[in-house]
Ligand binder design. Structure first.
Ligand code: GAP
Length: 454
């Protein structure tokens, strides 16, 4: 059965994935903090992205640009003028909404699931989610960027913006990267970092927040090849989610209608996931053309182009951009992995997470806290810790400890029992099948590596 949002939020808090921020003060404006397991899982999501986008490629390099940024960047990029959402007020209950989000939706079903999901807007009619009224003020553009001041004086000259996307940090460093690296299109820069948007209606847990992390690749290609690379990245990114365990019937690619396109995009496809409330964007793949490089070249007076010294060719590359969010990806893995079954006549909940994504890959569980068993278990822990992230738990009954590890998605439990003192072997238990195997301690690391199928 698909997990409900209430259950997901409960599990995230109880197990230390995500806490409401400033909860002791009643929370703060849809902000969230990541707990011990959330930190591990978010790191794994980012690491899996980095591995695919940078480590396993020859032509992609990393970047980490400043969050606090010059108004000149956002002036040139068009964000100061265009990065807006249509804001409407309900005349009846005075609530504020994003007009595009409250258009009436048609309900459809995803094949193979029982989840009802909203499809594309059916009509342009706005309906207030709070009171059901259709009486709204005219939509007016609301700029989503967070404005602040750099330095002690709060005047116009000190205005700075918190970046609403990491992408512009790539574009303003285009010439720097070309100068320090020997790259020729197609090549890319990859960046993971925080972005900020003053969202009108944050919500659906960590799906839409005002502070969030993005994973963005800007891929520079010869203009004539842009469509081919756009299609390549759509497929590549779709398969990344599937390889990491999202069932293919829970995600889809959806092309943006013309009216939906961002001001810089000639074509965008979203990777969407079947969230409990319906299809929602995990990632956008856009053909940004030469819009950004040309805009920054014009505004800064610096040429931002590629020059091929061997052919004498000079051109402004097109940019294909796969841009994903860390929190949404985490949520998708948690929702897709949430599974219930029965073990020894008892209901069990477990997270079927890919080993690369699970917070811990291994838990070492001594059967008792007795001194001789603890010291052997700690030796086992010391063997596994350099290999992968390992939990250690010697509290409560072994059955309850297995349940906890299942519920946080740990693929393997290593139990150290009294026989281990004699036979120098441990029991390795598989999360999904609950099958157990006796493994000599001196072969444990080898077995773990093969079972986790890195
Ligand atoms: N540079 C292009 C860009 O920023 P986007 O579709 O606006 O494109 C990319 O954002 C991804 O960032 C989204 O697919 C989503 O995963 C994540 N994201 C955007 N806004 C978000 C928000 N308010 N809260 C959480 N994640 C967000």
């Amino acid at each position: 059965m698909p997990v409900s949002m209430e259950e997901l939020v409960r599990l995230c808090k109880a197990r230390g994935f995500v806490y409401p921020s400033a909860e002791i003060y009643g929370g703060f404006r849809s902000t969230y903090d990541y707990g011990p397991l959330g930190v591990l899982m978010a790191r794994n999501v980012k690491e899996a992205w980095w591995r695919q986008m940078v480590q396993l490629r020859r032509e992609v390099v990393g970047l980490d640009a400043a969050v606090l940024s010059s108004p000149k960047i956002w002036e040139a990029s068009g964000h100061l003028k265009n990065f807006t959402d249509p804001l409407v007020d309900c005349r009846n209950c005075k609530q504020r909404w994003r007009a595009d989000e409250i258009a009436t939706f048609e309900v459809a079903r995803i094949p193979g699931t029982v989840t009802p999901v909203p499809e594309e807007p059916r009509t342009g009619v706005l309906t207030c989610p709070n009171c059901g009224s259709h009486d709204f003020t005219e939509a007016r553009p609301f700029n989503l960027m967070f404005k602040t001041f750099a330095g002690p004086v709060e005047d116009e000259g000190a205005v700075a913006y918190l970046r609403p996307e990491t992408a512009q940090g790539h574009f303003v460093n285009f010439a720097n990267v070309l100068q320090s690296e020997h790259l020729k299109p197609p090549f890319g820069t990859a960046q993971i970092g925080k972005s900020f948007r003053n969202e009108i209606t944050p919500g659906n847990f960590v799906f839409r927040t005002r502070e969030f992390e993005q994973m963005e690749l800007e891929y520079y290609v010869p203009p004539a090849d842009a469509q081919r690379w756009f299609e390549y990245w759509r497929e590549e990114r779709f398969q990344w989610y599937v390889r990491l365990g999202i069932p293919s019937e829970m995600i889809r690619l959806r092309n943006h209608a013309k009216e939906e396109l961002s001001h810089y995009s000639a074509g965008t496809t979203d990777v969407e996931f079947a969230f409990p409330w319906g299809w929602g964007e995990l990632e956008g793949i856009a053909n940004r053309t030469d819009y950004d490089l040309k805009a920054h070249a014009a505004a800064s007076g610096q040429p931002l182009e590629y020059f091929d010294a061997t052919t004498g060719e000079r051109y402004v590359p097109y940019v294909v951009e796969p841009a994903a969010g860390v929190a949404r990806t985490m949520m998708a893995f948690l929702i897709a992995g949430y599974t219930t079954d029965e073990v020894a006549g008892e209901k069990r909940t477990y997270l079927r997470l890919h080993p690369r994504i699970a917070p811990y890959q291994v838990a070492v569980l001594p059967l008792s806290k007795k001194e001789n068993l603890s010291s052997l278990a700690l030796e086992v822990l010391a063997l596994v810790q350099p290999v992968t992230m390992c939990d250690y738990d010697d509290t409560r009954s072994i059955g309850r400890r297995y349940r906890r590890q299942d519920e946080i998605g740990t693929p393997l439990c290593v139990t150290v029992d009294f026989d281990s003192l004699e036979d120098k072997a441990v029991t390795v238990r598989d999360r999904d099948s609950t099958a157990q195997e006796r493994v000599p301690i001196d072969r444990l690391v080898e077995v773990i590596n093969s079972r986790l199928s890195w």
